[in-house]
Design a protein. Structure first.
Length: 380
């Protein structure tokens, strides 16, 4: 290979990119929009669940229970009704997601030392919200039970009530994300998602566009070898990929306060392996299709969807069926996601990433080898 000819091809490709507003927008505008939208709109934090209260007791005890739910910040009381029959229509119109029903004689049962019961009705359409609501409701019930037990002992003149403590106390401490901010979990994942999609799409579209316009055939009359054309086209988009990485990291740190606790050198090195594989994947798509529309469709199907569904970005891989778990081993974003989140949030050293790094290197070599052979064959 002649490095000078590769450099000239890369220079030519760079000029085309700088003159094409659409390519620049795809390279930097779309990732920025995706990052902002995903970062702000896609959140796993559950707050202010709309709640309706059916207080049929209307006593201090029932009001204390309602206040316990409101003070969590998870439940927001939007309506208070007297009849439980009004609950179902509210669920159908999505006005509320939770209903707290306090029956008559609730306080009387407490004063008699009997079991006082209240009902929490949850809209199970959204399983995530429903499980969180039920978890908080159980925690509130346990806390209120202990408080009422202490109060009952004090009312009976037993001094042990004020000294009563739970028999078991578990103190929880969150490492690496103390406030459990979902953006800290999502933004590093967006690095893998955006780079996987944009690298494959940009490479596939630009090369396919040259096939459509006939400019690729013009390169055949030059003394440049197919392999040199390939590397000359890969280099500018590799630089763009690193620019996308810098953009995402900068915006993530600035807007979402996401920490970068690991080595930036390691981050760029691992991203380079991932980029080479993704760009080569886009090259293979362009050689196979030679049409921009079809190339875009295949690029999305082969990069974006697997990165979202099968990488662990949205749901844990361990929760997937065994067959699907086996398929995830073929998705490079799965390995890159582990590396990125470890570097951002945990500051994990490179030595702990060697299985993921080996998988990314293998993917890059395989994709680049197939790309070189396909590109050369179709040009000849």
């Amino acid at each position: 290979m002649n490095l000078k000819r590769i450099g000239l091809i890369a220079q030519k490709e760079t000029r085309h990119i700088l003159r094409d507003f659409r390519t620049l927008y795809l390279a930097f505008g779309v990732p920025l929009v995706m990052l902002v939208l995903f970062g702000y709109a896609l959140t796993m934090d559950i707050r202010e669940i709309p709640t309706v209260i059916v207080d049929q007791d209307k006593t201090p005890a029932s009001r204390d229970l309602i206040a316990a739910f409101e003070h969590t910040g998870i439940f927001t009381v939007v309506l208070r009704v007297a009849d439980g029959h009004a609950i179902e229509p509210m669920f159908h119109t999505n006005r509320v997601q939770v209903a707290l029903v306090i029956p008559p004689a609730f306080e009387r049962a407490l004063l008699r030392g009997e079991k006082a019961q209240a009902q929490l009705i949850v809209d199970g359409t959204d399983a995530n919200v429903a499980s969180i609501a039920l978890g908080y409701a159980n925690a509130i019930a346990q806390s209120r039970t202990l408080a009422l037990a202490v109060q009952a002992l004090d009312n009976q003149g037993l001094s042990a009530g004020s000294r009563m403590r739970p028999p078991l106390a578990v103190k929880a401490r969150n490492w690496f994300n103390a406030d459990l901010k979902s953006q800290w979990y999502l933004v590093p994942g967006l690095v893998a998602l955006i780079m996987a999609m944009m690298s494959a799409m940009l490479m596939a579209l630009t090369v396919a566009r040259e096939w459509e316009r006939g400019t690729m055939e013009q390169l055949l009359v030059t003394p440049v070898r197919p392999v040199e054309i390939l590397f000359g086209k890969l280099i500018p988009y590799y630089v763009i990929g690193l620019g996308q990485l810098s953009l995402i990291v900068g915006v993530g740190v600035t807007l979402f306060d996401v920490p970068v606790r690991g080595s930036l050198l390691t981050l760029y090195a691992m991203s380079s392996l991932f980029l080479v594989g993704a760009l080569s994947q886009g090259l293979i798509i362009s050689v196979i299709t030679r049409q921009q529309q079809l190339a875009m469709q295949l690029a999305i199907l082969s990069s974006l969807l697997p990165a979202i569904i099968l990488s662990g970005f949205m749901s844990p891989i361990a929760s997937m069926p065994k067959v699907i778990q086996g398929i995830t081993y073929l998705i490079p974003a799965r390995y890159f996601l582990v590396i990125v989140r470890g570097l951002f949030l945990k500051g994990t050293a490179l030595v702990n990433f060697w299985p993921q790094a080996l998988a990314l290197a293998l993917f890059a070599v395989v994709m680049l080898t197939i790309g070189v052979r396909k590109f050369k064959t179709r040009l000849d």
